[in-house]
Design a binder for this molecule. Structure first.
Ligand code: TPU
Length: 558
């Protein structure tokens, strides 16, 4: 059998550990999909549309370290680009692969279907460059291996998405075979001079401080530095706070853990822990308008040691040439113990009092019951909206994961992303919290959970509108058409699936629905939670006001 370009790509994807790739068929990628199917180490998983396909791959990358999505030219790839922008924002190595025009059509003056109707086919590659860290067009078999290897290596090194387009008549062309995968996984060597200098500067900085605290940020997982951060916290013995987008990136049973730092909507005592410290080690943070609560809570200046993915800045000096885990490990060896901030503060475990069984279901009671079902095997996927704020107030057992998308913030992300995440970590229980407004964007991907029999539990918060937007800035545009969300499951089952749709209007009904959902192992369950529109977390309202005033700043006078 001839060894082909498509087989080379499939072998490389399997070599980096992918067991699945996500796809939507189209005539520019059909031959490529055939080639990928020949690889028996990987399963081809189908999505309802390319936006969802991109988000499914993004979710798979969260669970599995990397992912691939295969789509058709323009009509498919341009939809997928939104999710790829999300993967860029969220630091996830997703390989977007688009079938593309026949190599003879490039530069021929021909007008092709699915294109914008001009004769230059370079526009897709130009567009996608802005949302990827490497992008290649393959129009001949000879250069395919180098281009495939280049993009995959870039994705893994930078934890960012990449792009490949493969001309539809090249995927089945003869190609050389790949060597060992180690060349794609190796990292540039460490600059030990720079690393030692950074550690010395950090130690001097810490020795001068009495009250040291650590702040854990959302790029920590992409930097592969979760364990190293915990080891540094062990050594320092100081108080540790997490940023919202880093929920679950630091164990909540750790002696130093004090809770969420989010300016005015921080957990009790945590604003003081960070803002009154005289040394704050910020590990892999992203300070944007949301995380700084409309620019009101932004640790910076000479009290801050900023340890980013590939750079450390401390005491007016900046260092690079090493990875974050290398820096944290080296610092943990030399760092002085700094327990004062931990002694002066306590972790206040979030507790919500149970409601009467037959009362009207409230947001608090829903959050309480969801929190009670979390175990170390749970992955909790929190959509943009009040679901963020509900996830933030949960206490997590060690091992429980929270997934959110706070940088990109595309409503509807949670449904396809949890589908991909569930596919990539089938040993875990996936629990989704999603608002009605968000769900309406990508609801059809629940059908794939039915198809592939994934027991995802979806808490659909039916509060009849865009409550987060109401908190930021209200108007008629925040009120949506109601759907029978639980009823959708019958549509998706179409008589042959095991999806379950349930309604919960009281605490007792919710408790019963959760039991049924947990017993439903051969398909997803939607639990439609009926909540008053005005019933949301206080933190959403407070945070929303701050973000609204940041949005409303007047233009500067010229
Ligand atoms: O909890 P709740 O009621 O706020 O959640 P729901 O119902 O899902 O509403 C979310 C409302 C929302 C919008 C409309 N949050 N952000 N947006 C703006 C937005 C619009 N389009 C996309 C793709 N993403 C967005 N974030």
């Amino acid at each position: 059998m001839t060894y082909t370009v498509g087989m080379y790509l499939a072998d490389r994807l399997a070599q980096i550990g992918l067991k699945h790739h996500f796809a939507v068929a189209g005539d520019y990628n059909l031959v490529l999909l055939d080639q990928l199917l020949l690889n028996k180490d990987m399963q081809q998983i189908y999505c309802c549309n390319e936006l969802n396909c991109g988000f499914s791959a993004e979710g798979y990358a969260r669970a599995h370290g990397a992912a691939a999505a295969v789509v058709t030219f323009s009509v498919g790839a341009i939809s997928a680009m939104n999710a790829i922008g999300g993967a860029y924002a969220e630091n996830l190595p997703v390989i977007l692969i688009s079938g593309s025009p026949n190599s003879n059509d490039y530069g021929s003056g021909h007008i092709l279907h699915h294109t914008i109707g001009t004769t230059d086919y370079g526009y897709q590659l130009e567009m996608v460059r802005h949302v990827t860290c490497a992008a290649e067009s393959i129009t001949d078999a000879a250069s395919a291996p180098a281009k495939i290897d280049h993009v995959i290596r870039s994705a893994l090194r930078e934890s960012k998405p990449v792009y490949l387009e493969i001309a539809c008549n090249v995927s089945a062309q003869e190609c050389v075979r790949p060597g060992p995968v180690s060349s794609l996984l190796s990292h540039p060597s460490t600059d030990t001079v720079s690393l030692n200098a950074a550690v010395d500067a950090a130690v001097t900085f810490l020795e001068k401080a009495e009250r040291t605290a650590m702040l854990v940020g959302s790029k920590l997982r992409a930097a592969h530095a979760l364990k190293e951060t915990e080891a540094l916290a062990d050594k320092l013995g100081c108080g540790v706070a997490i940023m919202a987008a880093a929920k679950s990136f630091f164990p909540e049973d750790h002696a130093g853990f004090r809770g969420l730092y989010w300016g005015e909507v921080s957990a009790p005592g945590v604003q003081d822990l960070i803002e009154k410290a005289d040394a704050v080690i910020c590990v892999a943070p992203v300070f944007n308008d949301y995380s700084t609560v409309g620019w009101t809570a932004w640790p910076k200046g000479d009290k801050v040691l900023l340890a980013e993915t590939n750079r450390v800045t401390v005491a007016g000096q900046t260092f690079e040439g090493f990875t974050l885990p290398e820096f944290l490990t080296a610092l943990a060896k030399k760092a002085p113990a700094r327990p004062l901030s931990a002694k002066e503060t306590t972790y206040v475990k979030p507790e919500i009092a149970p409601a009467q069984a037959d009362a009207k279901l409230t947001n608090d009671e829903m959050a309480r019951q969801i929190n009670a079902m979390l175990t170390s095997d749970t992955t909790l996927v929190a959509e943009t909206g009040d679901s963020w704020f509900n996830a933030m107030r949960m206490h997590l057992p060690r091992g429980a994961r929270v997934e959110s998308e706070m940088q990109w913030g595309h409503i509807g992300w949670s449904v396809p992303s949890s589908f991909g995440n569930a596919m990539g970590s089938q040993d875990r229980q996936h629990v989704v919290m999603v608002g009605d407004g968000s769900f309406q964007l990508t609801a059809q991907e629940v059908a794939q959970m039915v198809r592939y029999e994934l027991p995802v539990i979806i808490f659909l918060v039916n509060n009849r509108g865009y409550v987060i937007e109401i908190a930021i800035h209200d108007g008629p545009y925040n009120y949506i058409k109601n759907w029978d969300y639980a009823g959708l499951m019958e549509v998706f089952n179409a008589g042959e699936g095991h999806g379950l749709g349930l309604h919960a209007k009281t605490p007792a009904e919710l408790e019963d629905a959760i039991k049924q959902a947990q017993a439903n192992r051969r398909g997803p369950t939607i639990i439609e939670c009926h909540i008053d529109r005005s019933d949301c977390t206080d933190t959403l309202v407070k945070w929303g006001k701050r973000v609204a005033s940041a949005n409303a700043r007047k233009p500067q006078a010229v």
